[in-house]
Design a protein around this ligand. Structure first.
Ligand code: FAD
Ligand code: NAG
Length: 412
């Protein structure tokens, strides 16, 4: 009980800390707007990828870079694609466009000459031998020089973990197709008991309790070891209450067209709709060094790349090789450190280090359409509390507002 009280106390302090942080940011960006002036050939800080990590790094840089420098964001998608709602929007129709947040407004208050946006894909990185800059090549053929580089390329997957399409139109079509497939399925089988698989299975079952929904996970219990056993057991109980059948410790082979999965016990699971929620692939193929066996990017505590010759290249977000719960909050914290360190490196100051904080791992999982479970661990105590799920479109409006966009207005 005492440890729970301490945790609650910490949460209150945290809210206060965030408020102070926002205030400080407002003041520094005001000063920046007055002191930053445009030059004819600014040196570029290139940011690859504009999701939680890259978009926020660009925001911090555009509000803090000294005169003579500019941030150039290169992002292949037309819109910010919100991952948190994808499982829900596959299971429930009518909200698809809310997963696509228009880019732009988040940077709009920074000086116009402090940033530039390029909608394209980086296909190669060439760093200078001396390690003080380089170039990126784009799909269009364009080449952009950089003095500093930020890798925020995250990971790739298919629905419901990632959209897998670049334009909003194609993304909406992909969501509708997946919805159609799930709606028609009578025996839905979801493979992968991570957050995406759990949320999707529970949503599909609550939407249509007539269906058979089976969740198959290869390990002895759902979720990974970043979650305490209480939480992992709690999720299993919730699944049982909802009527989702969970099969653990099985890894059946299944092609996308399969009509039946065979377990190691010989049991056959009928399947007319298979969803794979496994294997998010880190997008690190642009690099040849500092890549771990899992494909993540190895970084120093300053978030510079581990390769000593790449001290002007930084990485943040899902792409980095850190054993933590990977989420939007952690990506944003890392982006702040990256932006701070680039400015410090320009100014010849000592760099700061990133230390994962317990609250970055706080996770909210939907347990069907009506309920959420919030999980927190401060290194000592697990805290799990159920919450009512009030909105079918979840927190999408909040994220739109965070990125400066008015829900759900898209000028495009
Ligand atoms: C189903 C699901 C639910 C989740 N729920 C939550 C949640 O509730 N709360 C939470 O905090 N987190 C949640 N997460 C985690 C969160 O989505 C990720 O941690 C976060 O998206 C990581 O952000 P990122 O910026 O590192 O990378 P990503 O979101 O993976 O984005 C990478 C970006 O880089 C771009 N890119 C990649 N390569 C290139 C290239 N070569 N050229 C140009 N652009 C490129 C991509 O287009 C993309 O925009 C969830 C994840 C999933 C899968
Ligand atoms: C669910 O599975 C049971 C047992 O395999 C089967 O009898 C039933 O028809 C299935 N339900 C639907 C909606 O297909």
């Amino acid at each position: 009980m005492l440890s729970k009280l301490i945790l609650i106390n910490r949460i209150v302090l945290l809210a206060f800390h965030h408020l102070l942080f926002r205030l400080r940011l407002k003041v520094t960006s005001l000063i920046h707007r007055i002191t930053y002036s445009p030059v004819s050939n600014p040196r570029d800080i290139v940011v690859i990828g504009a999701s939680f990590a890259g978009y926020h790094a660009a925001y911090c840089l555009a509000h803090s870079l000294p005169t003579g420098y500019r941030v150039t964001v290169i992002e292949k998608n037309s819109h910010f694609q919100l991952t948190w709602v994808l499982s829900r929007f596959c299971a429930v129709q009518g909200h698809e466009s809310k997963a696509f947040i228009p880019y732009g407004p988040y940077l709009a208050k920074a000086p116009g000459s402090a940033y530039r946006w390029v909608c394209d894909e980086v296909t190669a990185i060439v760093s200078d031998q001396k390690g003080n800059g380089g170039r990126v090549q784009l799909r269009s053929g364009e080449i952009i020089d950089y003095e500093y580089l930020v890798l925020a390329t995250g990971s790739s997957a298919t629905l419901p973990s990632r959209v897998g399409e670049e334009s909003k139109e194609d993304g909406i079509l992909a969501l509708r197709e997946e919805h159609q497939r799930l709606r028609e399925g009578r025996n839905v089988v979801v493979i992968g008991g991570g957050p995406a698989g759990i949320e999707l299975a529970a949503d599909v079952k609550t939407k249509d309790p007539e269906k058979n929904v089976t969740l198959i996970h290869s390990h002895g219990t759902v979720l990974n070891s970043h979650f305490g056993m209480d939480m992992r057991q709690r999720v299993l109980n919730e699944m049982e209450t909802l009527g989702v059948r969970v099969i653990l410790g099985e890894r059946p082979s299944a092609s996308d067209e399969t009509t039946e999965l065979i377990l190691s016990t010989g049991e056959k699971i009928p399947c007319d709709c298979l969803v794979k929620c496994i294997g998010q692939k880190p997008n690190s193929n642009l690099l040849s060094s500092s890549v771990s066996p899992s494909g993540h990017i190895q970084v120093r505590p300053s978030l510079q790349l581990a390769d000593p010759s790449l001290g002007n290249v930084y990485a943040a977000g899902d792409i980095i090789d850190r054993d933590i719960i990977k989420n939007g909050r952690a990506a944003i914290e890392q982006a702040q450190i990256v932006a701070q360190n680039i400015v410090r490196q320009i100014q010849g100051k000592q760099l700061v280090t990133y230390q994962a904080q317990w609250w970055e791992g706080a996770t909210k999982l939907t347990m069907g359409l009506k309920k959420n479970l919030v999980y927190m661990n401060d290194g000592e105590t697990d805290m799990i509390f159920p919450m009512k799920n009030k909105r079918e479109d979840l927190d999408s409006a909040m994220v739109w507002r965070f990125f400066g966009a008015k829900p759900y207005e898209d000028p495009e």
